[in-house]
Design a protein. Structure first.
Length: 145
C-alpha cells in the first residue's frame, strides 16, 4: 500500500512538473479566431511570451505571442510547394530553372515575410533565400549524386 501511495504521489508530481501553463481564455479565443483551422495545438509559457505549435492546412507552425496583449512576435511556417504563394512560386521557378520546390520555411516578423526554400534540380539542389523585400539569392548549392 505504501508503494502504491508513493507511486501515485510521484505520478502527480511529475504530471504537475511537466504541465503546460495555458494562457488566459481570451488569448486562446483570439488564437482560435485568427487560426480557425489549427489542429494539434500545444502551448508553452515562457517568462515574457507564449509559444504555440500547431498545424494549419498541412503547414507546421510555430507562433510566438506577447503575454500581455497576444500580439505576434513571429510566425514560422514549414510546408511544401502546394502551400506556397503562387507569385513566390513563379519567381522561384524563374530564378532557378528546371528545379522543383521541395520544402519551404516562411518567417513572418514585423509585418515582413521571408522564405528559405529547398529546391531539387537534375544536377543540383539549392537553398534559396527570399528576403522581406522579395529579393532572391542562392544561400547554398549542392551537387546531386
Amino acid at each position: 500500500m505504501k508503494k502504491l501511495i508513493t507511486a501515485l504521489i510521484a505520478f502527480f508530481l511529475l504530471q504537475t512538473a511537466f504541465a503546460t501553463n495555458l494562457p488566459p481564455t481570451w488569448m486562446i479565443d483570439k488564437f482560435k479566431f485568427n487560426y480557425p483551422n489549427s489542429v494539434d495545438v500545444r502551448w508553452t509559457e515562457t517568462p515574457d511570451h507564449y509559444e504555440v505549435r500547431f498545424t494549419e492546412n498541412s503547414a507546421n507552425c510555430w507562433l510566438i505571442l506577447n503575454k500581455t496583449d497576444a500580439s505576434v512576435y513571429a510566425l514560422v511556417r514549414y510546408y511544401e510547394e502546394p502551400e506556397l504563394n503562387p507569385k513566390i512560386d513563379k519567381e522561384l521557378h524563374s530564378f532557378v530553372h528546371h528545379a522543383t520546390v521541395k520544402y519551404v520555411t516562411e518567417v513572418n516578423m514585423d509585418n515582413k515575410t521571408g522564405y528559405e526554400v529547398f529546391m531539387i534540380g537534375k544536377k543540383y539542389s539549392y537553398i534559396i533565400e527570399i528576403n522581406g523585400d522579395n529579393s532572391l539569392s542562392i544561400k547554398n548549392m549542392f551537387k546531386n549524386s
